[in-house]
Design a protein around this ligand. Structure first.
Ligand code: SF4
Length: 175
């Protein structure tokens, strides 16, 4: 399967997984996804406070190149559960398939956890001790959400979506 086929297979399987979750999991999953989104927004806000946009513009988003594995299973599940479509362009290498020349196509709260957690050297130099504390706390929230969601669904939610979809495909019996 190519990347687009893996993406399609992974998202179909996640929709099935969401539909198959017992209704009793709803009260746990919904607040978990809210926590996950809010932690990402808090991480992005730290970057915004030190004008990360200008830093990113100067380096032309080098950290976003080849980003196809950045989005994990829980990131994708969160977008599906919130009915947020994801545009993908796997042919535009080395640009990230989820972005364009204009930047990332995703709102910070629905962006991959890996992306909102990444701090390059240029931004790191601008961070105050208070900002570092917020980053560390919110990164822990993201990790906790991934662990909790993995226990809830029985799937490795921190795995990159494309790798997870590939493994799922190999585990299916060939007909
Ligand atoms: S998903 Fe968005 S922030 Fe992450 S690497 Fe791709 S373009 Fe960059």
């Amino acid at each position: 399967m190519d990347d687009q086929q893996l993406w399609d297979a992974g998202t179909v399987r996640l929709k099935e997984l969401l539909a198959a979750l017992p209704a009793a999991f709803g009260p746990t999953l919904t607040p978990l996804l809210n926590r996950y989104r809010k932690a990402k927004e808090a991480l992005a806000a730290v970057g915004a406070a030190v004008d990360a946009t200008s830093v990113c513009r100067q380096c032309a988003g080098q950290c976003c190149l080849n980003g196809k594995y950045r989005i994990n299973v829980l990131d994708t599940l969160s977008r599906i559960a919130a009915h947020i479509p994801t545009s993908t362009a796997f042919i535009q290498k080395p640009l990230c398939p989820y972005g364009s020349d204009a930047g990332c196509s995703m709102e910070p709260g629905a962006r991959p956890a890996d992306c909102v957690s990444f701090i390059c050297d240029a931004i790191d130099q601008k961070l105050s001790p208070q900002a570092r504390l917020i980053l560390s706390e919110q990164e822990q929230v993201l990790r906790d959400c991934i662990i909790e969601a993995s226990l809830l669904t029985g799937e490795q939610m921190g795995t990159p979506l494309l790798l997870w979809a590939g493994k799922s495909d190999k585990s299916k019996p060939k007909t």
